[in-house]
Design a protein around this ligand. Structure first.
Ligand code: ADP
Ligand code: MG
Length: 253
């Protein structure tokens, strides 16, 4: 497996014809796309676009009646365990226990994935060191700032070595250096470990030149492809223009 290959094994997430409504309110309308290993795919959309709803369907918090979701080739309904074993998630709202230490939070997650204590502690050390958080492992999560909490959540999401990492607006509310640290870390992981990332955001400055881009607006996909290809087909000179074009009038409605 590697960058540029187009084999089935490169496909970490495949979605077809996915629709979802909250009662009468349509949140996702015939959504379909593919996320590949070794790529950071940015899911760009304004508030209310349907990003978190999509994540709730991929993680099976909600059940989709219409459409199909496959993780590494496994259907998330019919082969849930095998499918979800490939998935790591950082939700929009922090889900750490503030009264437990960093290590305790991570050990709990490792146990849920069936990891023994020794293997878990090795993985915890590895991921925390990579994020420059190992020295803070004994502190209660409550004592950490927002950026450091996010780093712990990313470490936690990676403990079981998933193929696909979902990040739901992981940098919102953080200061610039904290945001940049997370953007850099995730892009490095994608390159070094052939990880597939789906990163939901409404912040266009988080998009790197070689990222893939999916623009979601009012539950519909408006653009999908490598950033350079999307710029070419939409005749835009940067991601900000693409965002404007599809989410603030001027584009197809
Ligand atoms: P995003 O994450 O892109 O901001 P969401 O997926 O949270 O978007 O929301 C998509 C749409 O669905 C919005 O119009 C939102 O108001 C609506 N919505 C989200 N959650 C609920 C819910 N629990 N009940 C009803 N409507 C919801
Ligand atoms: Mg959201």
């Amino acid at each position: 497996m590697g960058r540029g290959g187009q084999t089935m094994t490169d496909i970490a997430l495949h979605i077809e014809n996915l629709s979802f409504a909250y009662g009468a309110k349509k949140a996702l309308d015939q959504v379909g796309f593919t996320v590949r290993s070794g790529e950071c795919t940015i899911l760009l959309g304004p508030n209310g676009a349907g990003k978190s709803t999509l994540f709730s369907l991929i993680t099976r918090l909600y059940d989709a009646r219409d459409g199909r979701i496959e993780l590494c080739g496994f259907d998330i309904k019919r082969q849930s365990l095998k499918a979800l074993a490939n998935l790591g998630v950082v939700f929009q709202q922090t889900t750490l226990d503030p009264d437990l230490s960093v290590t305790q939070n991570l050990r709990y997650h490792a146990a849920l994935h069936g990891m023994g204590r020794k293997a878990a502690d090795n993985r915890i050390r590895e991921e925390l060191e990579r994020l420059d958080m190992f020295e803070r492992r004994g502190e209660k999560v409550r004592q950490l700032n927002g950026g450091h909490k996010r780093r712990v959540e990313i470490a936690r999401a990676l403990l079981h070595k998933p193929k696909l990492l979902l990040l739901d607006e992981p940098t919102v509310g953080l200061d610039m250096p904290s945001r940049q640290a997370i953007v850099d870390h995730v892009h490095a992981l994608v390159k070094q470990q052939d990880l597939a990332v789906l990163w939901a955001t409404h912040l266009i400055d988080e998009i790197a030149d070689d990222d893939s881009l999916i623009v979601l607006h009012k539950g519909q996909i408006k653009a999908d492809g490598k950033l350079a290809d999307v710029l070419q087909t939409t005749e835009c000179s940067n991601a900000g223009q693409v965002f404007q074009k599809f989410t603030q009038g001027g584009g197809p409605s």
